[in-house]
Design a binder for this molecule. Structure first.
Ligand code: PMP
Length: 378
């Protein structure tokens, strides 16, 4: 099979799987227990925390583990609004955030916050100056994702956050870095984000684990109250197996990130060259400022699901928009001003570090065949 839906989820790597296994069958203690078995679990947790912290170049004390990026983003948005939004009632976000950011923001809007959603340009990128101009002294939260999950657009987050921190140091900055983590080098201090969110299953760990970096001194109110785990920020017994698996994936794959990125760059260039030969294909991803791992394009006149299932029958797995939208019309593409006819035929191909040119050839051949047979039956 040809799996090209890595922005939805990735195949867990062997070190992640064995760490999960080890922490289920042997090191199964509760990290809060005071005896030796608990201590071993706690050590495994610490090890994972160090690994994720090293990948974000931060102090391990700044890392909080959760059930995934959705929980991290909800915690960040609600937790920042709660502690910093008592008097300052404005929130600035990009208009192309993942629902785990945009939905909590919408709820705060319903509760009385003023929300400014900064629109992208036609290629899906946010103009840094538009975002910066929207932030003022009443803004408690500024949130912009690093890489868009549907188009791969890389947002100028460093420029945005550094300007905000210079002009309005009290505004809290939040970055959903899920699709950038372990693909684009991230140094927490240089990003000027107070909160950075990452997810395990997008980087070859297993589903159900995420982490957030919270800069020292930033007070994010917890969503979950209870036993006070994760420095009172996320109560509930830590899922040590999943967290250990996350740490193991990061340790195993981080050293080869530059090689993997080079490879993805080559594959993307190859795919774009092949797509350029198909006159019925329009590329929706930005040409310049784009992650090499995500390519979004439309096949004229063929609805996304029809092409997706045609490819599926040939064991080629892609996505229509994002997996989270579950077939719903993509708000990201419509925010970009892409006509609905094109948006309805959008396909997202997302690469992994093991994608080959041969797999791209198979995809292109299948699209070509699909177009000629499906266009006829239209
Ligand atoms: N943010 C972005 C940009 C994503 O792509 C995703 C996953 N689709 C999430 C957040 C949510 O991550 P998780 O599945 O870990 O909750």
């Amino acid at each position: 099979m040809v799996y090209l839906d890595n922005a939805a989820t990735t195949r867990p790597c062997e070190p992640a799987v064995s760490a999960v296994f080890q922490n289920m069958v042997e090191d199964y203690g509760n990290p809060s227990s005071l005896h030796k078995i608990g201590l071993i679990a706690e050590q495994n947790l610490t090890e994972a925390r160090k690994s994720v912290a090293a990948a974000l170049v931060c102090d391990p004390q700044c890392i909080v583990f959760t059930s995934g990026a959705t929980e991290c983003n909800n915690t960040a948005v609600f937790g920042i609004a709660k502690n910093y939004g008592k008097r300052k009632k404005k929130i600035v976000v990009s208009a192309v955030e993942h629902p785990s950011v945009s939905e909590p923001v919408k709820q705060l809007e319903e509760q009385g916050f003023e929300v400014v959603r900064v629109k992208p340009s036609r290629d899906g990128t946010i103009a840094a100056e538009d975002f910066i101009a929207a932030v003022d002294e009443n803004t408690c939260l500024a949130s912009c994702m690093m890489v868009n999950n549907e188009t791969g657009a890389i947002q100028p987050v460093r420029r945005i956050f550094s300007a905000i921190k210079r002009d309005h140091p009290e505004c809290i900055t939040h970055c959903d870095a899920v699709q950038g983590f372990m693909k684009i080098p991230i140094k927490s201090a240089e990003l000027f984000a107070d909160v950075i969110v990452v997810s395990g299953h997008k980087v070859h760990a297993v589903k159900g684990v995420g982490a957030m970096y919270i800069r020292k001194g930033i007070r994010v109110a917890p969503l979950l109250l209870g036993g006070g785990q994760e420095k009172n920020l996320r109560s509930g017994t830590e899922s040590v197996p999943l967290i250990a698996g996350f740490g193991a994936a990061v340790r195993a794959l981080m050293p080869t990130m530059p090689i993997a990125s080079d490879n993805a760059d080559k594959i993307r260039t190859y795919l774009l060259k092949k797509l350029a030969n198909l006159e019925y294909v329009t590329v929706n991803s930005p040409v310049e400022s784009s992650s090499p791992y995500i390519i979004n394009f439309s096949v004229e006149g063929i609805r996304s699901e029809i092409m997706l299932h045609y490819l599926e029958e040939r064991e080629i797995y892609v996505s229509s928009g994002s997996a989270c939208a579950k077939g719903a019309h993509s708000s990201v593409l419509s925010e970009m001003g892409i006509p609905s006819k094109l948006a309805d035929s959008a396909i997202r191909v997302s690469l992994s570090r093991t994608t080959t040119m041969g797999e791209i050839d198979q995809l292109i051949n299948a699209i070509r065949e699909g177009y000629s047979s499906l266009a006829k039956t239209k």
